[in-house]
Design a protein around this ligand. Structure first.
Ligand code: IMP
Ligand code: MG
Length: 191
């Protein structure tokens, strides 16, 4: 594993994202809609930096990756969403890869009557987009590698890492339980 973004860099990027969101939306009430499961860490850090009225809701999306690192069929679950009619909505996801997840969710939130839907991603992969939409707020542009940490997983492992790291071929070959236990101990470097 190779560290791409340290926890300090992530904190700085999220502070900037929060400023940009509030500059754009002003003090109007905002409904933050996070995409499970990858956005949990981002949502929790971001909402604590957003001043003004905020409410939070989560939807679930999966592109059936399983152990693969390429996307498959998209499965969405939005049954926990509140009424969005006339609301200012900020959709928050961990990463923009092909963009199919974000595109489908933005469409769905608009269909549910949101006054305006803005989208925010922590990471955007270079040269992978397969859709017309672009996220309104992007934390970091990264190379087209498979990354884990800060909410992002590979086969369920590594979401808890406080940094974002690029997986190397040896990490992908290992069994999930082995790889989950083999994350480098970065305590001395990051804190
Ligand atoms: P998209 O629909 O291709 O843009 O994929 C977006 C979703 O795929 C994200 O919400 C992630 O859950 C997942 N994903 C894409 N790239 C990565 C990665 O490098 N690491 C972990 N998850 C990823
Ligand atoms: Mg996701």
């Amino acid at each position: 594993m190779r560290i791409l973004l340290t926890s300090e860099q992530l904190a700085e990027g999220i502070a900037q994202l929060a400023d940009r969101v509030r500059n754009d939306i002003g003090r109007r009430p905002l409904t933050v809609v996070g995409v499970l499961t990858g956005s949990i860490v981002l949502v929790s850090d971001l909402i604590r930096r957003l001043e003004g009225p905020v409410r939070v809701s989560m939807v679930w999306a999966s592109s059936y990756r399983g152990t693969a690192t390429t996307p498959g069929r998209l499965d969405l679950r939005l049954d926990q969403l509140p009424d969005l009619t006339g609301q200012e909505v900020l959709l928050v996801d961990d990463i923009f890869d092909t963009g199919r997840t974000l595109e489908a969710l933005v469409d769905e939130l608009r269909r549910r009557g949101a006054a305006r839907v803005r989208s925010l991603v922590l990471l955007r992969k270079h040269g992978q987009a397969e859709v017309g939409i672009v996220p309104d707020f992007v934390g970091f542009d990264i190379p087209a590698a498979f990354v884990v940490g800060y909410g992002l997983d590979f086969n369920g492992a590594w979401r808890h890492l406080p940094y974002v790291a690029e997986l190397e071929p040896a990490d992908l070959q290992a069994a999930p339980t082995e790889i989950a236990n083999s994350a480098p101990d970065m305590d001395g470097i990051l804190h």
